[in-house]
Design a protein. Structure first.
Length: 162
């Protein structure tokens, strides 16, 4: 979260409200109430709990494969590096992902910054909420059950079956 300090105050407040809501929903107690306290708590939590593990690596690989199918064809040769560039250093470490070359990281940052500015300046506000018609995903065209998500016990390499 350390880079979030560059956000505008309204974005920081929104970020805090979102995390507070998620934590309350998950039953997490002792939630800091200010952004600064939350940032310190979040960074300490990550330092303690964001560690490499086989389940996380399996989920990252599946997510990466999905993301690679959505990268524009001209950028396909850079696909793995671009996906890795979306992660911050602690997440890359926990997911056992190499740090991409700085030109890839800088290029992705510049592209995302340019896209956000173009949307801000030229994009028309949405007239209907994003998920007004529900959520449809290419990966689950017929929907899914929560129990189907994540690594299945029999599909995680190195994990003993029950």
């Amino acid at each position: 979260m350390g880079t979030a300090t560059s956000f505008q105050p309204a974005t920081r407040a929104s970020h805090l409200r979102c995390h507070l809501s998620v934590q309350q929903t998950l039953g997490i107690t002792e939630i800091p109430s200010s952004y600064e306290e939350f940032e310190t708590w979040f960074d300490a939590h990550d330092a303690t709990h964001l560690k490499p593990n086989d389940d996380a690596a399996a989920i990252e690989r599946a997510t990466r494969m999905l993301m690679l199918t959505r990268i524009p064809k001209p950028l396909a040769p850079l696909g793995n590096a671009l996906v890795s560039a979306m992660y911050d250093a602690p997440l890359r470490h926990a997911m056992r992902v190499d740090t991409p070359a700085w030109p890839v990281r800088a290029g992705l940052h510049a592209a995302l910054k340019t896209r956000s500015r173009l949307q801000r300046w030229f994009g028309a506000p949405q007239t209907t909420p994003l998920f007004a018609d529900g959520i449809t995903a290419k990966s689950y065209p017929d929907g899914y059950e929560i129990s189907q998500l994540g690594p299945q016990q029999d599909q995680v390499p190195g994990r003993p079956t029950a």
